[in-house]
Design a protein around this ligand. Structure first.
Ligand code: ATP
Ligand code: MG
Length: 229
């Protein structure tokens, strides 16, 4: 999976429905969503609470499956993959950033960023080179030996981004990565994403409530009640 299509779509969802069953009550979270993320695009997914942003991100990340419809990652139909194959695809191609950074509390910033490379079995010297490069990229090299509780929310989020990009993913999926941050720090995080798209040839979807950030992105997609607005 190394082909590059400057104008094509790296992710596509066609007619995606997701129905949940909540104690016998049906919840129709996505109602026939068509979605495209182009190669090298920075896309912001906006919409009110409950509009389906997290549900859609989980489906395009291969963490959840649609009730109906098809999702493609680099032209690969995700419905055709087993859970194990989806996990491998995520590990090698997708970087995920959540609202709160979900760092390992007992590991240093360095060790948190290094972890995905250990899981991949990358050699120590190569790990060291890449961890330092990514910490430098997010402006956190001076905090390498600190543990998450010694870092501010914005600093923790930058470590989480370094961890998400350490494996050189094709796509970063971020679910309200700035939800717990002040507006200045939130702008810094979005600017960092912008730089990654421009310099690292990565594609990004970031769900956000914050319309003040949308001038930084290439495209805004709004979900309204489970449908594209
Ligand atoms: N596991 C689940 N079981 C039942 N209902 C669910 C489940 N996950 C999500 N939903 C419902 O699906 C709808 C969409 O939820 P989703 O989490 O995708 O919204 P969201 O846009 O991410 O909201 P927020 O901005 O608050 O994070 C909501 O009505 C929610 O209650
Ligand atoms: Mg959500």
């Amino acid at each position: 999976m190394s082909t590059k299509h400057p104008k094509g779509n790296i992710i596509e969802a066609d007619g995606v429905h997701r129905k949940f069953d909540l104690a016998g009550q049906p919840v129709h979270a996505l109602k026939g969503v068509d979605f495209q993320l182009a190669y090298g695009e920075f896309l912001s997914l906006v919409g009110r609470s409950g509009s389906g942003k997290t549900t859609l991100l989980n489906i395009i990340a291969g963490l959840d499956r649609p009730s109906e419809g098809t999702t493609y990652f680099k032209d690969q139909d995700l419905n055709a993959l087993s859970d194990e194959e989806l996990a491998i695809l995520r590990r090698n191609h997708v970087g995920i950033v959540f609202q709160s950074s979900a760092l390992m509390p007992l590991l240093t910033a360095y060790e948190n960023v290094e972890l995905p490379l250990r899981i991949q079995g990358v050699a120590r010297s190569e790990r060291d080179r890449r961890v330092k490069e990514c910490l430098d990229l997010v402006g956190m090299i001076h905090r390498a030996t600190h543990r998450p509780y010694e870092l501010s929310g914005g600093e923790q989020q930058r470590i989480a981004i370094a961890r998400a990009i350490i494996t050189s993913p094709d796509v970063i999926l971020a679910d309200e990565p700035t939800g717990e941050l002040d507006s200045i720090t939130a702008r810094r995080i979005f600017s960092l994403f912008r730089d990654l798209v421009n310099e690292k040839d990565v594609s990004i979807v970031a769900a956000t409530h914050d319309r003040g950030l949308i001038d930084i992105v290439d495209k805004v997609v709004e979900l309204k009640d489970g449908e594209i607005a």
